[in-house]
Design a protein around this ligand. Sequence first.
Ligand code: F6R
Length: 607
Amino acid sequence: MCGIVGAVAKRNIVPVLVNGLLRLEYRGYDSAGLVVVHEGKLERVRSAGRVAELGQKSANTSGEVGIAHTRWATHGKPSERNAHPHMSRELIAVVHNGIIENYEELKAELSAQGYEFTSDTDTEVIAHLIHSHYAQGSLLVATQMALTQLVGAYAIGVIAADNPHLMVAARKGSPLLLGVGEGEHFVGSDMSALLQVTRNVVYLEEGDVVEIKADSFRIFDMAGVRVQRQMHVSELDNDSVELGKYQHYMQKEIHEQPQALANTLESVCNSQSLVPGIFGAEANDIFPHVDNILILACGTSNHAGQVARYWLEEVAGIPCNVEIASEYRYRTSVPNPKTLVVTISQSGETADTLAALNHAKATGHSYTLAICNVPESAIIRQSKLRLLTRAGPEIGVASTKAFTTQLAGLFLLTLVMAKVRGRLDETREQQFLHELRHLPTAMQKVLELEPQIAEIAAHFADKHHALFLGRGMHYPIAAEGALKLKEISYIHAEAYPAGELKHGPLALVDKDMPVVSVAPNDALLEKLKSNLQEVRARGGELFVFADADTHIHSSAGIHILQMPEHAGFLSPILHTAPLQLLAYYVALQKGTDVDKPRNLAKSVTVE
Ligand code: F6R
């Protein structure tokens, strides 16, 4: 949701800003802009297009201090006039990620003071507010004063035309990192923007304001007290954010799944037994008191939660509910202090999930666990327990490796809960550990289906709708497959538990409605086969991802893709990959922007 980069150095920082924005473009790509101080003036370049266009437009711009932004529109349509940076009277420039909730009120006050607004954004009020205080103090003090008037979430970068060696940045509710270089400093919405210049990073905390010069920086907390924050050395390498041999990040990330799974499971697979401590030291005390689980998440992460419900109830025998995070906080629920509230999030900054977590805490839930891909993210920091998925940076907007690693993490939770509740004997534990160790290899074999999947994608290119079917713990996988397809190919796709077809959706089936089915060899297979016959009898063309041992064979109108092996409880993880590949190759056929689908952005930090 919008990306920010800023730099103060003793060299021209425009290339750093543009490269940083290219890395952050996945967070929003409606428009982009940058501003530098050059010969005592603010020089701003903006583009209603992509960052590459901004790069061309700013080829002759230079400056030693500057801020830049790539936008996902919230207030005001995507256009050059609404693109950041926003300026106040040619003196103050601001970039902003987040939402200012009281901007209308502030706008009225500032207009009454004579400030003119040239955009439809909420951000412009920040620039004018800082300007209104600047005469009374430094850029730091003016920013601090302005921040006290804002209600909402922000990460901001601020520069002033008369201060060519200084930037002020702040964050509350939106992420911002300070990059520490040699004789130069940077800010960025995430590490990928900073890797080009440094690995040394300070994670700014809620309410922090930082005054940044080329040789030094000073951090102040929410109360204005100067504080020291720890510096970390990022473990990310540049390769993890480069495309390498792949055409798209989504394709790269689908192929990274064996390694991502291996990394997520590493500590567990290297040990001989499962212990609650993998979720944090306090898990030893908390887990025995837990009598049910509430999972809160959005989108793809919510699908992971839905699979986990099957696992947790069947293997661990613990009741589990899964709720859409954005709905949970707005209904009256009955809190139970023995509930373990599990939030699942790739980014750890999804506003709906974070708000749901805080709502759960406010209603009396103290047992909270985050399953998340970003260390130091808000969701991690605000939860008592945590499991980090180690998928590495996910840049394609459509979530892939984050999902399968979330599933792996949730399966670990299932096993640990089962053990704590006396439902996992030594033999079964060893058997599950063995299956988990094999998972990355099994995933690698599934990915070898890629050429066959690329071939069947052609059947979807001229279709407007598709149905996805699954049963039991594979129904959420069908839902995930449908989400991937609609998200990146813009084909309308819906998922149903296969048994539900005859209760309505079967009316939609004809030769123009491809039906994709996930068909593992489980207790529901025979029932699923009957459901598939119902589709075929109405002329629907079937694409079935069947387990190796299902004995379903291709025939007229039925395309069978045989999975390499049967994986029991882990089958949902493996059945995900072919559906991701299907969506990917259909999108290629349709020529859409796979990594940056229209209207979307990664990390949805607004409600
Ligand atoms: C779909 C997708 C989204 C996210 C959702 C939650 O491919 O990526 O549905 O899963 O926005 O995001 P996180 O997991 O970051 O909380």
